[in-house]
Design a protein around this ligand. Sequence first.
Ligand SMILES: [Zn+2]
Length: 59
Amino acid sequence: MDFTCPVCNKKLPREILVIVPHTEEHIVDEIKKQHPDWATSDGICERCYRYYKNQMGRK
Ligand SMILES: [Zn+2]
């Protein structure tokens, strides 16, 4: 079963779907800024998650 990552629009295997934890609200906010229709429960792919995590770490 594949899913389409709402952030990078790539079709990916479900195994790498990441649900961003609510404790990481800063990441959730950043994704929503760029993708207003995205909901936390939609999840993102592992690559995007790492990307946003890195972005946040740099600030
Ligand atoms: Zn992605």
